[in-house]
Design a protein around this ligand. Structure first.
Ligand code: NAP
Length: 251
């Protein structure tokens, strides 16, 4: 993927970047010249991504669903790396269970990681970006946030629909500070999150029958759109939820 975007001098935080889509986004932003702060719950995988990107990328392990940990991480990034210009809320989990079997803990954890974390990080980063005169926030939601059936994943669907709603309200509020806020809604992407279902031939056939482009997405398919949203080419684009799904959902 090549897209001529120059993010030299920008500091970017990507949450959940130890693998998968976050890894690809961190790589795309680093190749465009940004200094990338690589967050993940797991310190080893955050460090692995940061090492793969090379200096000046920095590992910032933290549980972004913990408001204090998220705020402290962002304050430290801004102090150590010279500000925070781009925030990509990518960390996510997808527990599977029918509603009648889902535990309150699983429900709460999904909402905390997929939705509340974006509020904690956007608030902390938004204050820094407002003081600096602007910035960019990209939330990795899902086509599941647009009323797409996803059996046994009610907490996930609720969290992603919430994240799309939060993106729009955040975009309205933050526009006055020069901060653009958008969501990217991936379809089925080949990562660890979909590994078990990708191993099921019947499920694969069902997915592919629904995707006009006839293939699952790759992490770089999402990263390219995130890179565009972080660039000046997207200067007049805010409050949008953009599907990256090979045409599966057309709104
Ligand atoms: P993934 O391979 O499971 O990666 C998610 C990453 O997030 C993992 O490295 C995980 O770390 C990290 N993470 C989880 N909870 C965290 C927390 N509390 N704090 C910090 N990091 C945390 O998933 P993916 O497929 O790359 O998905 C990335 C995002 O895209 C998610 O928001 C997902 O919902 C969204 N998405 C994915 C698809 C898809 O088909 N793959 C489709 C639509 C939307 P650990 O490994 O340490 O747990």
């Amino acid at each position: 993927m090549t897209l001529a975007v120059d993010l030299t001098g920008k500091v970017a935080l990507v949450t959940g970047a130890g693998r998968g889509i976050g890894w690809a986004i961190a790589g795309a932003l680093a190749r465009a010249g940004a200094t990338v702060a690589v967050n993940d719950l797991d310190a080893t995988s955050a460090e692995r991504t940061a090492r793969a990107l090379g200096a000046p990328a920095r590992a910032c392990p933290a549980d972004v669903s913990d408001p204090q940990a998220a705020q402290e991480m962002i304050a430290k990034i801004a102090a150590d790396l010279g500000g925070l210009h781009i925030l990509v809320n990518n960390a996510g989990i997808e527990p599977h269970a029918p509603i009648l079997e889902m535990s309150p803990d699983d429900w709460g954890r999904t909402l905390a990681v997929n939705l509340s974390a974006a509020f904690y990080t956007s608030q902390a980063a938004g204050r820094i970006m407002r003081a600096a005169g602007g910035g960019v926030i990209v939330n990795i939601a899902s086509i599941a946030g647009h009323n797409i059936p996803l059996p046994n994943r009610a907490s996930y669907v609720a969290s992603k629909a919430g994240l799309v709603g939060f993106t729009k309200e955040c975009a309205r509020e933050f526009a006055a500070y020069g901060i653009r806020v958008n969501a990217v809604c991936p379809g089925v992407i080949a990562t660890e999150m979909t590994a078990a279902l990708r191993g099921n031939a019947a499920q694969m056939q069902k997915w592919l029958a629904d995707i006009p482009q006839g293939r699952l997405g790759q992490p770089d398919d999402v990263a390219g759109v995130v890179l565009f949203l972080c660039s000046d080419a997207a200067a007049y684009l805010t409050g949008q939820a953009i599907n990256v799904d090979g045409g599966k959902v057309m709104l």
